[in-house]
Design a protein around this ligand. Structure first.
Ligand SMILES: [Zn+2]
Length: 124
């Protein structure tokens, strides 16, 4: 007897890819966010409720970790080129860090939510 609640495939890899593309981790079609990183109430296509997600500060911590490593390893190289102009070096590195952080935050948050959905965390 089937109950109508079939065990759905929650493949982690495909869910992470869909989440990183800012799409619903279940169907890959509906938008995960409204605006920049505000999580939508649910999927427009499959109706998955996104309200159980608890990404909180996790994506921001991961973005900081990644961006600081990139900037930290790039700084000595850039210092070699811009040794004579420290203001330009500071502006370049600050701009690079800001752009990287803003670009990485939505896909990483999407992947976090997809991970939670794939593992059935927090009520998913
Ligand atoms: Zn969906």
């Amino acid at each position: 007897m089937t109950t109508g609640l079939a065990i759905e495939d929650r493949d982690l890899n495909s869910a992470l890819r869909r989440g990183a593309r800012l799409r619903c981790p279940r169907c890959g079609e509906g938008r995960l966010f409204r605006g920049y990183i505000r999580v939508a109430g649910g999927c427009d296509c499959c109706g998955l409720d996104f309200s159980p997600q608890r990404a909180d500060d996790g994506p921001a911590y991961l973005v900081i970790l990644i961006v600081c490593h990139i900037v930290g390893f790039t700084l000595p190289v850039m210092f070699g080129y811009m040794r004579d102009n420290p203001l330009l070096l500071a502006l370049t590195m600050s701009t690079m860090a800001t752009v990287l952080a803003l670009a990485l935050l939505p896909p990483i948050k999407g992947a976090f939510i997809a991970l939670q959905w794939s593992k059935g965390m927090h009520g998913f």
